[in-house]
Structures are given as C-alpha cells and as structure tokens.
Design a protein around this ligand. Structure first.
Ligand code: GRG
Length: 294
C-alpha cells in the first residue's frame, strides 16, 4: 500500500529527527554520547513510537500527534536501554543486536551500562520538561503510564520473572503469560494508552491498552516462532531462547497451541482497531507487525 509506506516513512523520519535533536543537545562526554547514539542509530523497527503517534493522530488529529512526539521518543529510549541491558553478560549475554555487535561488545560493559542508564534518565527528562511546559493532567498521566509500564509493574518485573524462570521445570502457562504481558506487552500498552491520553481520548484509554496488550502478546509469540524457524534476520541470533533455556509458549504449550493463541490475539486486536474511525493506517501497521517474517 503506497500511502501506508509513505505515512510509516514520515512517522519514522519525524521520530528519528527528534531523537537526534535530543541526543545532540546534551553536553555529555563524547564517550557516553557516542555509546548512546550507537544503540539509537541505526534503530530497529521503531514500532512502539510509531504506534504511539498513530494512536494519538487517529484519536486527536495532527496536533495530538505533535504532542505525542516527546513521549514516543522517550518510549523508544526506554526500549533501547532495555535492549542494551538485556544483552549484557549478566543478563542474556548476547553479542549481537540488530545485526551488529551489541553495545557492550562495541563500547565495553561499563559504558554500555551507563549508556542504558543515560537513555532511561533522558527519557524522563524529556517527558518532565514537556509536562512542565504544557501543564496538563493528560500529559502527566501519560508520563506516569510510561513510568509504570516500563518499571517493576511492567517491563522490569517481566524481565525479573523471565530470569527466574530460566532453566526452571514445570513452568505454567500463567507464568509465561506474566512474563510476556510485562516484559513485552506493557511497552505496547504504554504506546497505546499514552497515545490515547495525549490524543485527548481518555474514554478510549482502556480499549486502546487492551489492543496494545493483545498486539504485544502476539508480537512476542511471533518473535518466539521466528526464533525457532530460523527466519529471523535482524535481531538476536537464531536459537537465542533455546540457548538461554527460556520458557516460551512454544516450549510450555507446544507450537500448534502457541500459533492458535497468536492467531486469536492478532485477529481480536485487529477487529478492535477497525471499530475506530480513521483507523486504516493503524490497522495496516498492526497487520504488518503480526504478519512479519523478520
Ligand atoms: C533489561 C530491564 C530490562 C528489560 C529487558 C525488552 C527486554 C526486557 C528484553 C529484550 C529481549 C526480548 C526478546 C524482549 C521481548 C520484546 C522484544 C521482542 C524486543 C525486541 O523488540 P523489537 O523487535 O526491537 O521491536 P527493535 O530492534 O526492532 O527495536
């Protein structure tokens, strides 16, 4: 879809330009600035910030999309910090990320830890500065949501349980669901929920977050399926989950059931998106994400 590609390209260009502005504006020592830039550029799919901008624009128009930009950049910085830390020897110990050496391999472990910390702090500085400028309850709620869903009641909590379940036997579906919901879905929920808040659509926050949850779960199951099928070309090495003895829907429930859950979540999320006006781009984006082969 020609128009879809153009819109996606424009969103990514806007996000990348703003990320660059934020990072260039700091007076940090060159070594840490370079280590932070190393993981932000060239980026990955930018799926979370694009979702946030698309949700805000669908619900609140162009002005809402502009207002969502600081939160979208903050979310991408938090996502990137999590990838840097996840690759460290103390965590998943992966040497490659996005097709090139992981941050700690390129910049050393100390600088990689600090680059992750630097991105996390900068994310909150950006959101706090924006909230102080516009002084609205919606913006403060949006920041709070990003904080909660990336913290111990979200991504960090999911990562903790993921580590605890490594090498465990008799892992239940509920335990894996907790990990997927928190480690992966919560950042998608932050994108959808904060996008709705900044889009001035408080009434739609819950339904948006439900869509984010389902898409995040489907995204993670797809990631697991790609990890075993050997078609993942851009990301962690193939078979990474197996190497780390991760519990996944595939290892706990079997591949056919994992595929069934994935298909149900994807179609429910898509159906729900399509109930909104002006949802063509968001629906196409969600569809391309769940159908990805990379
Ligand atoms: C270190 C606190 C802390 C958390 C780490 C996000 C995470 C938690 C670990 C990364 C490993 C992983 C497989 C997480 C599940 C979510 C996921 C598939 C992340 C990769 O996201 P993409 O595919 O990455 O959007 P790109 O490179 O495209 O940005």
């Amino acid at each position: 879809m020609h128009n879809y590609d153009n819109i996606l390209h424009e969103y990514i260009k806007t996000i990348d330009k703003k990320l660059d502005d934020y990072l260039q504006a700091s007076d940090a020592p060159a070594s840490i600035a370079e280590a932070m830039l190393y993981s932000i550029f060239p980026g990955g799919k930018r799926i979370r910030p694009v979702f946030m901008l698309a949700v805000a624009e669908m619900l609140g128009g162009k002005a809402a999309c502009d207002a969502a930009l600081p939160f979208a950049c903050a979310l991408e910085m938090i996502h990137t910090y999590s990838l840097i830390h996840d690759d460290l020897p103390a965590m998943d110990n992966d040497d490659m990320r996005r097709g090139r050496p992981a941050n700690h391999v390129a910049n050393g472990e100390a600088m990689a830890i600090l680059a992750g910390d630097g991105l996390l702090n900068m994310a909150f500085e950006i959101m706090a500065d924006y909230c102080a400028t516009v002084n609205t309850s919606e913006s403060v709620q949006a920041m709070s949501k990003v904080a909660k869903y990336s913290g111990i009641s979200g991504m960090i909590g999911g990562q903790v349980m993921d580590i605890k379940l490594e090498n465990a036997t008799n892992v239940s579906e509920t335990e894996v669901e907790y990990v997927y919901t928190n480690k992966t879905s919560k950042l998608f929920m932050a994108a959808f929920g904060s996008g709705a808040l900044v889009g001035g659509a408080e009434n739609s926050v819950n339904v948006m977050e439900d869509i984010g949850h389902k898409l995040g779960m489907a995204f993670q199951i797809k990631d697991d399926l790609l990890d075993i099928s050997g078609t993942k070309v851009f990301g962690k090495p193939i078979g990474s989950d197996d190497k780390n003895n991760k519990s996944t829907y595939i290892s706990v429930l079997g591949e056919p059931r994992a595929k069934e859950i994935y298909a149900n979540l994807s179609s429910q999320a898509l159906e729900s998106i399509k109930t909104f006006k002006n949802s063509e781009f968001l629906a196409a984006l969600a569809e391309s994400l769940v159908n990805r082969t990379w």
